[in-house]
Design a protein around this ligand. Structure first.
Ligand SMILES: C[S@@+](CC[C@H](N)C(=O)[O-])C[C@H]1O[C@@H](n2cnc3c(N)ncnc32)[C@H](O)[C@@H]1O
Ligand SMILES: [Zn+2]
Length: 302
């Protein structure tokens, strides 16, 4: 299920995956879903012009971005994007984009907000991903990022009981399964800073992500307790999931929210639409638009 290209680190490919039905629907994860929505509502400014939902999957959380005029739903999996389309509709407020976050086809400074939850844990090269994301954001734009934290209570306990070899206090990412990483909060803070983000808030989530608790304690109580504990993440989160609110620092790239959304993946120049394709004005690339999805996963042959 992984794919490597010469120009990009390996990518996990959810094409054809049953992520929605195998992981979420009817799988006992209402606690995680509800607490993540609470965190996102707490962090993301409610209104804005153009938000990009990176690694949106089947659009589970995209409905939370409804206060934005234009919502770019981006994922590497066409199958999941189709499910997102079914869920959210083909209203012109939504633009569906199949693309790799390591090679974003979005114009510099074209978005005034970005959201990415449950995605960065698949990235072997976090700085490369953050660099791409920073480039599409206008100065001052918020970036809500969720990541899986290695410094969580379960991992700490297992380490102390010698049931786990890797050290949750060590700042390097740990790859516990191929292309599945847990990150130390200090590592993430450093990568965000180096990419040109200022981290303003941090929330700790999912302290109660334990089968026994989820089976025995009423959902509403677990959600209320989680919500109450979330702000403790500002100091030293020891939870398995961390939500952060970051802002793009500096004055580059120039604000381009009113400009075109896309750029050419080959030369960075402008694209124009020609029927059901989107074409580089310099003539060095074209990509398909299929059933309302702008497909930048592969260029069309010349
Ligand atoms: C665990 S799912 C999370 C989906 C959604 N964010 C959610 O929370 O329901 C991870 C998602 O990240 C996407 N993804 C992983 N690597 C990607 C990449 N390099 N570029 C774009 N999307 C990627 C996958 O296709 C998948 O939809
Ligand atoms: Zn070009």
């Amino acid at each position: 299920m992984t794919k490597a290209t010469p120009s990009s680190p390996p990518i996990i490919d959810y094409e054809g995956s049953g992520y929605r039905t195998d992981f979420w629907e009817g799988q006992g994860r209402e606690y995680e879903d509800r607490t993540e929505r609470i965190a996102l509502r707490r962090l993301l400014p409610a209104h804005g012009r153009r938000v990009v939902h990176l690694g949106a999957g089947f659009g589970r959380m995209t409905g939370e971005l409804g206060g934005y005029d234009h919502i770019v739903v981006l994922d590497y999996s066409r199958t999941l994007l189709r499910e997102a389309q079914t869920r959210l509709g083909t209203n012109s407020r939504f633009t569906y984009v199949a693309a790799d976050i390591y090679r974003l086809p979005l114009a510099d400074g074209s978005c005034d907000a970005a959201v990415m939850e449950r995605v960065i844990h698949h990235f072997a090269d976090v700085p490369a991903a953050f660099k791409q994301i920073r480039a599409v954001l206008a100065p001052g734009a918020p970036f809500v990022l969720e990541y899986a934290s290695k410094r969580n209570l379960k991992a700490i306990l297992r380490y102390w009981l010698r049931r786990q070899k890797w050290n949750p206090f060590d700042e390097d990412p740990v790859e516990f399964v191929e292309l599945n990483f847990d990150f130390h909060p200090a590592y993430m803070a450093r990568c965000l800073h180096e990419a040109g983000f200022y981290t303003e808030r941090r929330l700790a989530l999912s302290y109660f992500r334990l089968g026994l608790l989820k089976r025995t304690v009423p959902l509403s109580l677990l959600v209320a307790l989680d919500s109450w504990l979330q702000p403790t993440g500002q100091l030293a989160p020891c939870s398995p999931s961390v939500f952060t609110l970051n802002f793009a620092t500096g004055d580059q790239p120039p604000h381009a929210i009113d400009g075109p959304l896309f750029k050419c993946l080959n030369c960075g120049g402008a694209l124009h639409q020609d029927g059901d394709t989107i074409v580089c004005e310099q003539g060095d690339g074209r990509w398909a638009i299929r059933d309302g999805i702008y497909d930048f996963k592969e260029a069309l042959p010349e």
